[in-house]
Write a protein that binds this ligand. Structure first.
Ligand code: ASP
Ligand code: MG
Length: 445
């Protein structure tokens, strides 16, 4: 079995959906995971926000746009009158159910049900198109097998057994279509795996079925060696290890959902990032081992907050780190980077929902200072070979920039540091010119 995931831009219009059929090429044993059509989840999310604010004009315009996008694709894609009618009726039904649920007082559950509609609509339309093309296809509704536990982690045992049951129902089919992103939670309510998580759906499926490979089809020639939203002459990285890809994804590379490597760790199933707009390009091949040499890639994550706890009581004391991290655990706030000295501990977080409560509890341990609007810059590659010269080259190239936290040594494939967000583009540009040895470039914007 192979798993192929197609993101929103890969199915953004009728022509792109036709391109997907060419890519799939009616070969046997493929599970196709589809995101919502481009922009639809954002529009659904806008609809929810505006309905909360009881801004009916704005919420109505989001829902009309969602309807328009789907109706246009159906009219351009499906030729049989019958299939067209089925698809248009389904769109009407989904749109009406979204509008009706917004008439009552919204619960969190209503929101999740609304966000799920994008993946239900895209898979339904594409399924009908595949049938129209006489492709031997079956639809596997994700809500029949995809489930998370009370810690919001994939319930692999449940997923494996229920997905296999679904596959058995259609044992004579070649191609299977399913929805990314959506799942049931431990109470069997509709939920999702988080924004941008259709990649994660694909790797979860790939790992439970021990797939031969997983392809993530998107709109760019693989993972770039620098942030393409800031730097114009980045190049695609041809090979990465699972760990290298995870570090780049966790620290900002948007092409891959940060959790999507976790299901395939230790399975040795390759994950290949491919471009629907340039299918012959090999893309980025991610696997357990890859020969690394030099710096392979740089990513950056914004809106980071650093928290520094300082206390002379820390000298030669034990148990302080546990006390500090207990506070973050209590408020379910992940810490990304940590650095320590004899009298201080510095951490970064990106979820600031409970920051004031965290701050007041940390004040019982030491003096707390907080810096907002930071960026984490993460360099990934082989720091073992030419270790000293690589590290000194990195910091020499940034000698004009104030650097706050530095984290190195936890893994020998990553150096991360924080800078003020205002300096991020300059840093990425300097690293691009002096470390990646790309052509000297102009930073975008
Ligand atoms: N449609 C969902 C989102 O926009 C999931 C995905 O695109 O991967 O977040
Ligand atoms: Mg994505």
């Amino acid at each position: 079995m192979e798993v192929l995931k197609f993101g929103g831009t890969s199915i953004r219009d009728a022509n792109q959906i036709k391109e997907v059929v060419n890519i799939v090429n009616n070969k046997k044993n493929k599970i196709l995971v589809f995101s919502a059509i481009a922009r639809v989840t954002n529009l659904l999310s806008d609809f929810v926000q505006q309905s909360y604010k009881e801004n009916s004009a704005k919420s109505k315009s989001s829902i009309l746009l969602i309807e328009e996008v789907h109706v246009k694709i159906i009219n351009q894609l499906l030729t049989s009158k019958n299939f067209k009618l089925i698809a248009l009726n389904k769109v009407k039904f989904y749109i009406n159910s979204i509008i009706n649920s917004s008439k009552k007082k919204f619960s969190d559950q209503n929101q999740k049900e609304i966000l799920a509609q994008g993946e239900l609509l895209s898979a339904m339309i594409i399924y009908l198109y595949f049938l129209e093309q006489n492709i031997d296809v079956a639809y596997l509704p994700a809500l029949n097998y995809m489930k998370i536990n009370e810690y919001r982690e994939p319930d692999y045992k449940h997923i494996r057994s229920h997905l296999n049951k679904e596959l058995k129902k259609h044992h004579d089919c070649n191609i299977f279509i399913t929805n990314g992103f959506i799942c049931n939670n431990h109470d069997y309510e509709i939920d999702n795996l988080g924004r941008g998580s259709s990649d994660f759906t694909a790797t979860i499926i790939g790992s439970v079925l021990r797939a031969k490979k997983i392809e993530i089809w998107t709109d760019i020639d693989g993972l770039r060696n620098n942030d393409p939203t800031c730097i114009h002459n980045t190049s695609p990285i041809s090979h990465l290890s699972y760990n290298e890809a995870s570090e780049l994804a966790f620290f900002g590379a948007k092409i891959l959902h940060p959790l999507s490597i976790t299901p395939v760790l230790k399975t040795n199933i390759p994950v290949i990032l491919k471009n629907t707009f340039n299918p012959i390009f090999p893309g980025t091949f991610i696997s357990e081992y890859t020969k690394s040499s030099g710096i392979k890639g740089i990513s950056a994550k914004d809106q980071i907050t650093t928290i520094k706890v300082r206390s002379p009581r820390m000298v030669q004391a034990y148990g302080i780190l546990r006390k500090i991290f207990d506070v973050f655990e209590k408020y379910q706030t992940p810490v990304d980077m940590v650095t320590t000295s004899e009298i201080s501990v510095s951490m970064t977080i990106d979820n600031t929902k409970n920051l004031s409560k965290i701050e007041s509890e940390l004040c019982n341990i030491g003096d707390v200072s907080i810096e907002r609007n930071q960026s984490i810059i993460c360099l990934v590659g082989n720091f073992e070979e030419n270790r000293t010269s690589t590290i000194s080259k990195i910091f020499k190239s940034l000698e004009s920039i104030p650097i706050n936290l530095i984290s190195f040594g936890a893994s020998n494939i990553n150096i991360s540091f924080t800078v003020d967000m205002r300096n991020k583009i300059t840093v990425l540009k300097l690293l691009n010119d002096k470390i990646l040895n790309n052509e000297p470039c102009l930073a975008l914007n």
